[in-house]
Design a protein around this ligand. Sequence first.
Ligand code: FNR
Length: 183
Amino acid sequence: TQYTVAVVVGSLRQDSINRKLARALEQLAPKEFTFRYLEIGDLPLYNQDNDPNPPEQVTRFKAELAAAQSLLFATPEYNRSIPGVLKNALDNASRPYGQNAWAGKPAGIVGASIGTIGTAVAQTHLRSILAYLDVPTLGQPEVYLFVKEGFFDASGNIASDGTRKFLQDWMDRYTAWVKKIAG
Ligand code: FNR
């Protein structure tokens, strides 16, 4: 069986450490997992008036989610919560009422920060939103990364052996759990 992971990066920044983290994690995944990075930067600001006729970017985004068996969120923390661009993506794909494209997709959550608590507060907020959206989330291990210069090597891999082993263990647990849920 092949599995498609829809990757949602909560940062639009070109050099996002969270996008780099997702790319490095992807290298640790088993062959049967394919990672698709979804564009959230072009989604219009959610407006409930559009529910009867959603913008085409939203229709595309929801179709990409429907084609995936699981989700991976790699997000920064902005002002002790999730970035607005991520909340906008979550809101857009959750509607119209009864047509929530997130529902039932098992999700892994990781985050990298230049601050020492490593997105812990943002991830707690994200877990709370995902619970409402009927998205099961992998509880352990939690991944709160404090990223300093040299965290990624020149090829974009995790430089530290200890951190790489920790993330390998996370990936092994995540993929085994997705297989159990997605079948
Ligand atoms: C931040 N940053 C930040 N870091 C953190 O640990 N907790 C926080 O609450 C915030 N708040 C915050 C707000 C805003 C508007 C910005 C731009 C940044 C710093 C953040 O960790 C850093 O910019 C990361 O590099 C953002 O992740 P990406 O874009 O590199 O993936």
